[in-house]
Write a protein that binds this ligand. Structure first.
Ligand SMILES: [Fe+2]
Ligand SMILES: [Fe+2]
Length: 474
């Protein structure tokens, strides 16, 4: 399963053995590079960035680090190794051999799943394209660019599947993936969170912590797919996703650390005083957290969904850790609790488990996100500051699903519209919060130097020293 870097499109799928597919992808490649030039990170055509490139698809295959000009990054097609004798693990086809070709009757649904996943990849690159101009350090700039090139590669991963398995429609979808634009009124990206701007580095770190974590959960359920090429593609993408979440978690953690140090030194908890000292107060971090958490909640889709049931029953999309769950993997007759508003409060009702699979995945995600928030809290605890960050209730600030019809506070209380109008800026970032955070953003691009509002990382990338030149400008 070694990766062939001698080819125009690096791959481990023996692209050279399929001339038609190779030609089709070579035709798409310049379109991709044009999109990268137009919509990728600004002012980076000559920058040399210390990037990691996959040298093998094994979990430990991330050995290669080097300075690379970003447009020369070797985006390619890498699938995790095939599992001999793999079967479909769930749904009506449980126990049958996994499919190497798309089953005709599931073609439209599979294409839709792949396109929806694929669309998020270029979207996040577009959302983040201006952040390099205000990087808090070269270390952070490098991490941003690493995330960006890997999201670009994730697009390649989905486009490969579209080209290899969906013929003409697949090629058309691959083109459309380069035509939609994040936040564009006429031709937006498919999912809401991917049309929100990422205007500052606090938003970026929150995004990579919360929204890339949604990516992890979606990829984990697609990695269970009965369609084997999709499963193998997603398994390899997950190794890249782990780094994106690390960037978010450590980024926010370093902001918290700097704020806590400042609180201790100046013996103040007053947000105004802390802002005057040039750090982000903890209540503002909580409001950003609430925003990114709630926007990400919506990405899991409607609480009760017949599509979710169909995707599962037909073996296209499994649950998180499907193969490790010990039940019948068919779920007929099983139920799962979902929330609805009843008599002015949230009530748990039993829905058919198959229809509640979006909610199941959302709940799995919430546990994981909460564990990460607790790791942030340990930094605050260590500084002996009596403040805790908290995930809002999963029903808070929803735009999708039946809960979007009600106003719900971060504790999960149903409140009136008037109450919401009056209090929502205690819970979500205000224009003034965003303006304050924006005011801190200034470019720090000298080796070893960091913006004042963020602590340096505990260690460098790939063991490099603190003053390493992660990005060289030419
Ligand atoms: Fe991705
Ligand atoms: Fe990601």
């Amino acid at each position: 399963m070694s990766i062939d870097y001698s080819e125009k499109i690096p791959n481990n799928v023996n692209l050279a053995g399929n001339r038609t597919l190779q030609r089709a992808l070579e035709h798409w490649q310049p379109e991709f590079l044009k999109w990268w030039g137009d919509m990728g990170p600004v002012n980076t055509t000559t920058a040399e960035v210390y990037l990691r490139t996959a040298v093998s698809v094994e979990p430990k295959g991330w050995a290669h680090f080097d300075h690379v000009k970003m447009p020369d990054y070797r985006w390619g097609i890498f699938l995790a190794p095939a599992e001999a004798g793999r079967t479909v693990h769930f749904g009506a086809h449980k126990g049958e051999p996994a499919w190497q070709e798309v089953p005709g009757e599931y073609r439209a649904n599979l294409r839709r799943l792949i396109v929806t996943q694929g669309d998020t990849e270029p979207a996040s690159v577009e959302q983040q394209r201006h952040l390099g101009l205000t990087c808090p350090s070269l270390y952070d700039l490098r991490n941003l660019f690493q995330v960006n090139v890997e999201e670009g590669r994730h697009l390649w991963a989905m486009v490969y599947l579209l080209h290899a398995h969906f013929g003409r429609d697949g090629r058309e979808e691959a083109e459309a993936l380069l035509e939609r634009r994040s936040g564009d009124a006429d031709n937006p990206r498919i999912l809401g969170a991917f049309n929100e701007p990422t205007p500052d580095w606090l938003s970026f770190f929150m995004f990579t912590f919360f929204t890339d974590r949604d990516g992890k959960y979606q990829l984990c359920s697609l990695a269970e797919s009965g369609f084997d090429p999709l499963a193998r593609t997603c398994r390899f993408m997950l190794t890249e996703e782990a780094h994106h979440m690390f960037v978010g978690e450590s980024g926010v953690g370093r902001i918290i650390q700097r704020t806590c140090e400042t609180m201790a030194t100046h013996r103040t908890e007053d947000p105004g005083a802390l802002r005057a000292l040039g750090v982000i107060d903890l209540p503002t971090l909580q409001r950003y957290l609430n925003f990114h958490f709630s926007v990400t909640m919506d990405l899991f889709g409607s609480d009760v969904s017949s599509n979710a049931a169909t995707f599962y029953t037909t073996g296209l999309k499994g649950r998180f850790d499907e193969t490790r769950i010990t039940d019948d993997h068919v779920l007929a007759g099983a139920t799962y609790p979902v929330l609805e508003v009843r008599d002015g409060q949230l009530a748990s009702v039993a829905a058919p488990a198959l229809n509640a699979l979006n909610e199941t995945l959302r709940d799995d995600y919430v546990k994981d996100a909460q564990a990460g928030i607790e790791r942030w809290n340990r930094i605050i605890e260590k500084a002996a500051i009596p403040f805790r960050l908290k995930a809002p209730h999963k029903a808070f600030n929803r735009r999708i699903g039946p809960l979007s019809a009600a106003r719900i506070d971060p504790e999960g209380n149903v409140i009136s519209e008037a109450d919401w109008t009056h209090r929502h800026l205690q819970w979500l970032p205000s224009a003034a919060d965003r303006a304050f955070v924006a005011s801190l953003m200034g470019r720090v691009a000298e080796p070893g130097k960091f913006a004042h509002w963020i602590a340096p990382p505990a260690r460098g990338i790939n063991g490099q020293p603190a003053d390493f030149e992660y990005v060289r400008f030419n």
